[in-house]
Design a protein around this ligand. Sequence first.
Ligand code: F6R
Length: 259
Amino acid sequence: MKVLIHNTPDSAVDCVAGLIAGRLQRQPDAVLGLATGGTMEAVYARLIAAYRRGEVSFAQARSFNLDEYVGVPPDHPASYWHYMRAQLFDHVDMPAGAALLPRGDAPSPEAEAAAYEKAISDAGDIGLQLLGLGANGHIGFNEPTSSLASLTRVKTLTRSTRAANARFFDDPAQVPRLAITMGIGTILRAGEVVLLAHGEGKADAARAMIEGPLSAACPASALQLHRKTTVVLDQAAASKLALRDYYDEVHPAGRDAPI
Ligand code: F6R
């Protein structure tokens, strides 16, 4: 696991946007795994700016998002489909049909989850997976105690996740209890993983993910098993890391180059 600690959240966001842009430049037909949430908004804004400057194109890319709320149709303002259109898809040249999310309003969420898992493996699995980090250590909506070998399926959200996401709904009581999420096993098949977390609220989860025991109690700790994961943090999210000096020595100010 490569740990890049940046001085500011802005610099961490620049780093992650740069990693995605770099992948698209090297491999225009990359299969991207995308995330939603507050942390990713700035990343997508950077990618839109890079697209407008002519530095990246999504014309040949495909994408699979991590998750979607069960029972929420794509045109609902709190759906992840809606989020992705507003934050990225409506502003870049990604062809319609190349960007997929699970259908939250599918008649059988279980069948939808199985079909989504198959679509990912039929695409040759994710090339570069972008992840945020839940304050409880979740990745996607794989809540604590999720099987580390899990595939795309329906998960019950924890109260803390529903509370954290209540801001996207008019009424907190509307936050769904269930979501379809890629599994941890699905994520671990990705060729490369880039996880971004900033702010003090992520410091405990970041420590458990990077330095804690491999445990379903912190689903993100499963990334310790992945061959090519880059974790990008700001100072606040890195503030509880025991081996902080080591990460700073290897990658001063989060620079991804040998010293
Ligand atoms: C989003 C997702 C979640 C978020 C995580 C962090 O698709 O799967 O795992 O990445 O909850 O969310 P924010 O960025 O809002 O703190």
